[in-house]
Each structure stands twice: as structure tokens, then as C-alpha cells.
Ligand binder design. Structure first.
Ligand code: ADP
Length: 356
């Protein structure tokens, strides 16, 4: 990858546009780019040099990846950023999920604009120590699909890394799109030279999701990105019994809401039941879930986060799940995962110095 980009229409086994053998290797015979590659000046990609300069003020860079969409990657990125900011770290959250940027909403920043100063693009700040940058801030119409080919997406990612003025950051969390496509190769290529700590991979427990996560782990291994750990999200439903709705199905198959009756019945007959958290396996984890996959692939397992309607609400409303007691089922799980991550990354000492 140090040999530069591989054009979309390149021959198989392209040595890369910056390689000394670009345009001259056997693999270049007949390639439409052969002439251009053979004559282009070689040397370090000037964008990578600019990115390295920009990232020099960022101590830790963490990628958040997933094999599939909808598994909670952005939710995790958002809550990780809130948690790190609450520990007094200086945090940046960069959303490069170009086709589905949900970070502005999850941080409560919908409709905000990016401002430009002579130092570069300014992130949008949730708090003075939590800045956010997303393609979502640049789209004139959030309902409009972004239909961009790889090179244009890669261009934007490079621009994000090159032109955003983060200032001094303890941690930059990068929310990547799902899969292992062009954008991933581009971001890894850009960040690796500047010292990328590694990637956290988010999955759900069922096999169809884990199959894709295995690909994600293998992608990380191939491109030399350390896997900091895997998070199993939506790992069963967990919520206080008192938050459930109850129904009776009639003989004709109709659903009658009997929530009031059921809650009153419990209050009268067994009030202690109302303090219980009800658990339900939603997705099949009989295959051993993410923990087993991690053992097999030799990567750390960080823990499980249950499906918690209150966490979904916090994400919809752009709130941290840690500030009030509403996310009783998910916030402790997320907290313990983040603590484990901090310990593994040697960040816990820094958190203590911050007084957390
Ligand atoms: P991805 O980034 O992987 O596409 P999102 O983070 O956007 O996934 O999550 C998809 C939806 O699921 C969002 O509405 C989010 O709030 C919700 N969600 C994610 N994790 C949980 C969870 N543990 N409990 C409840 N809802 C969740």
C-alpha cells in the first residue's frame, strides 16, 4: 500500500502508481494507465505528507468498523466519544460513513454547518472537548442519496484528514462505513503512516453477522491494523419489566393491550417483579457469538451490549447514555467495554491524570 493508489481500471497485480516499477512492470502491459504511470514523478504522496502533519497533534486514532450496516457501529462510536469526553479527554469524532452519515443526529448536531477558518475546516463542537466532523454537515438535503464512486469518496476522506483543524486531540474516533471497500483502504492508507492505534469491530451475535466480521478481522490482519477488540451489540433484549407492554391475543387473532391491567396486577400481587430486568435472546447466538469467533481468530473480545430501547432513544435524541439513569441495561455494559479498551490501550493512566 506504500506504493500509492491502484486506479479503478488498473490491470490485475498493479504495482501501485507510486512504485518504482509503475508503468514498467510486466503487469502493466496493456493497462490504460501505463503511459501515465511510467512518466509520472515518483515520491511520497503529497496528501499523505499533509495528513501526517495534520495528525501530528492527535495522540490516539481508533477506527470503528463493522461487517454489516445496522449493527450499532455509529451508536458505539457516538457513545465511546461521549464517554471519553466525560473522562476529560480531548476527543474528535470523524464520520466517514459517506453514504449513511448518522453521527450528526446521534450527537445532537443535526442541521449544523461546518465553518472554515484560516486553520482549516472547524469541527462542530458538542462540548469544548468533543468535536465532530461528518459528511452529513455538508449535504444540502439529508434525504438525497450520495452516489459517489470510489475515487471521489477517497478524495473526500483525504480532504477530511488533511483539512480539518482538530487542534490537540487525545483521541480521534473514526466511524467508518460497513464492509471492507475503497474507503477502508483509503483511510487505513492515510492513517497508518501517522500511527493508527487500531480498530474496534462491532457486530451482532448471529452467524450472518459474524461471517462478515471474520472478513473484517481478516482485512485488518492483511493491511496490518491491530484489532483492539470486538464488541457484540444487540446481544439479547434487556429492559426493566415495567417498561414492557403486555398483550392478550383474542380467539380471532386480535391483539388487546392489557399493559395497565398487568402492571397493576404486579403492583398489587408482586411489586418486586417490577424491579426486575427482563432478558430475551433476540438473535440466535447458539453458534457461540462473537466471543467464540474472537477465540478462534485470536483477537480480543471486549464484551456484550444488550438491545436496550433506552439506548436507541438516547441515539435518536443525540444524548450520552451515561449522564442519567435511563439506560440501565446498556450503559453499564458500554462502560465496562470502554474501561477495558482504555486499559488495553494504556489510556487509563491518562484518564486518571484527568481526574476520572
Ligand atoms: P450502524 O452504524 O452499524 O449502521 P447504528 O449505530 O446506526 O448502526 O444503529 C442502527 C440502529 O439501531 C439505530 O437506530 C441505533 O440507535 C439502534 N441501536 C444500536 N445499538 C442498539 C442497542 N444496543 N440497543 C438498542 N438500539 C440500538
Amino acid at each position: 500500500m506504500e506504493n500509492g493508489d491502484v486506479p479503478e481500471d488498473a490491470n490485475e497485480h498493479c504495482p501501485g502508481t507510486l512504485s518504482e516499477s509503475a508503468g514498467k512492470a510486466d503487469a502493466c502491459e496493456g493497462c490504460p494507465n501505463q503511459q501515465a504511470c511510467a512518466t509520472a514523478p515518483k515520491g511520497p504522496d503529497p496528501d499523505l505528507v499533509a495528513i501526517a502533519e495534520r495528525m501530528a497533534t492527535v495522540k490516539h486514532k481508533i477506527l470503528v468498523l463493522s461487517g454489516k450496516g445496522g449493527v450499532g457501529k455509529s451508536t458505539f462510536s457516538a457513545q465511546l466519544s461521549f464517554a471519553l469526553a466525560a473522562l476529560d479527554f480531548q476527543v474528535g469524532l470523524l464520520d466517514i460513513d459517506i453514504c449513511g452519515p448518522s453521527i450528526p443526529k446521534m450527537l445532537g448536531l443535526e442541521g449544523q454547518d461546518i465553518h472554515q477558518s484560516n486553520l482549516g475546516w472547524s469541527p462542530v463542537y458538542v462540548e469544548s472537548n468533543l468535536g465532530v466532523m461528518s459528511i452529513g454537515f455538508m449535504l444540502p438535503n439529508p434525504d438525497e442519496a450520495v452516489i459517489w464512486r470510489g475515487p471521489r469518496k477517497n478524495g473526500l476522506i483525504k480532504q477530511f484528514l488533511k483539512d480539518v483543524y482538530w487542534g490537540e486531540l487525545d483521541v480521534l474516533v473514526v466511524d467508518a462505513p460497513p464492509g471492507t471497500s475503497d474507503e477502508h483502504i483509503s483511510i487505513v492508507q492515510c492513517l497508518q503512516a501517522t500511527g493508527l492505534d487500531g480498530a474496534i469491530i462491532v457486530t451482532t451475535p448471529q452467524q450472518v453477522s459474524l461471517i462478515d466480521v471474520r472478513k473484517e478481522v481478516s482485512f485488518c490482519k492483511k493491511v496490518g491494523v491491530p484489532v483492539l477488540g470486538v464488541v457484540e451489540n444487540m446481544s439479547g433484549l434487556a429492559q426493566p419489566l415495567s417498561d414492557f407492554r403486555f398483550a392478550k391475543i383474542t380467539e380471532t387473532g386480535e391483539q388487546n393491550d392489557v399493559t395497565e391491567w398487568a402492571l397493576q396486577y404486579m403492583r398489587d400481587k408482586a411489586p418486586e417483579l417490577l424491579n426486575l430486568i427482563a432478558l430475551s435472546e433476540v438473535f440466535d447466538s447458539s453458534g457461540g457469538g462473537a466471543a467464540k469467533m474472537c477465540r478462534e481468530m485470536g483477537v480480543p473480545f471486549l464484551g456484550k451490549v444488550p438491545l436496550d430501547p433506552q439506548l436507541c432513544r438516547a441515539a435518536e435524541e443525540g444524548r450520552s447514555c451515561f449522564v442519567d439513569q435511563r439506560c440501565t441495561a446498556s450503559a453499564p455494559a458500554l462502560k465496562s467495554i470502554i474501561e477495558k479498551l482504555l486499559q488495553n490501550q494504556g489510556l487509563s493512566q491518562m484518564a486518571k491524570e484527568n481526574g476520572a
